[in-house]
Design a protein around this ligand. Structure first.
Ligand code: ADP
Ligand code: MG
Ligand code: MG
Length: 252
């Protein structure tokens, strides 16, 4: 099975005031088939971790490494990372004017596989995945995320996840802003991906609510750019009761 190893990762973000260190030595190992919840207060660096894995140009890795089956991800371009089997569902999915969802998905699939999918099976797959996510067929012909509601954007991210079949996915607050019905639908999609492809998952969330639907194997608490504590699913239950205050005062 594949393994994603994050070792002593240091990341700075470019700001108007210069380079600001955010991640200060993160260690994390995810095997395919495992789900790791990354929890933590706002501003603790969760999205920074997601962007560093995906290769966002604004986030500069100043130390450490990210290895996918021993290969240095940090040396790969963004598209090479996707081809290697990494996927990011962004906290704030971007709109792509002028590109329909159907074209976007087919282009992404073609780029990742190195060949175009057979048209009839692909169309069936897209249709089935959209039905599973209770997305109206009209979303295939609309421009990517353009004018989508917050919940529709999150479903669209999971549609990509189900169709592109990565080895490892980072879901950045896919749960935030979803009502209970949408949360269930999105969680079912993630669970299908876990079951059918043995996905390795980094589930970034501020709240414990989604963990009722997507059961984590491990929970890591981010505070101030570091993993302040880690444990099994029971750690999420403790956070539910105690919140992040204890970790924040420890860090201060
Ligand atoms: P989280 O996802 O846990 O809420 P982030 O990774 O988004 O945290 O942010 C961590 C810290 O980095 C915050 O203090 C945030 O303000 C800062 N930060 C992140 N991105 C930028 C940016 N593009 N410009 C300035 N500061 C940033
Ligand atoms: Mg945040
Ligand atoms: Mg964030």
């Amino acid at each position: 099975t594949s393994v994603l190893e994050i070792k002593d990762l240091h990341v700075s973000v470019e700001t108007e005031q210069g380079s600001k260190p955010i991640l200060k030595g993160v260690d994390l190992t995810v095997r395919q088939g495992e789900t790791h919840a990354i929890m933590g207060p706002n501003g603790s660096g969760k999205s920074t971790l997601a962007y560093a894995i995906a290769g966002h140009p604004r986030y500069e890795v100043t130390g450490g490494s990210i290895l996918l089956d021993g290969e240095e991800v940090l040396e790969m371009e963004v598209d090479e990372r996707a081809q290697a089997g990494l996927f990011l569902a962004m906290q704030y999915p971007v709109e792509i004017p002028g590109v329909t969802n159907a074209n976007f998905l087919r282009t992404a699939k073609t780029a990742i596989d190195g060949e175009a999918p057979a048209i009839r099976t692909w169309m069936k797959e897209v249709k089935g995945a959209m039905e599973n996510l209770r997305m109206d067929a009209s979303f295939a012909e609309r421009n990517v995320n353009e004018g989508f509601s917050g919940g529709e954007k999150k479903r669209n991210e999971i549609l990509q996840l189900e169709l592109l079949k990565p080895k490892f996915a980072v879901l950045d607050e896919t749960d935030s802003g979803l009502d209970v019905d949408a949360l269930k639908i999105v969680s079912e999609g993630v669970n299908r991906a876990r079951e059918t492809t043995g996905l390795g998952l980094l589930l970034i969330t501020h709240y414990t609510r989604i963990l009722r639907y997507i059961k984590p194997d491990f929970v890591h608490v981010f505070v101030n750019g570091r993993v302040a504590e880690q444990g099994g699913p029971e750690l999420a239950d403790r956070l539910e009761e105690e919140g992040y205050d204890r970790f924040l005062s420890d860090a201060a």
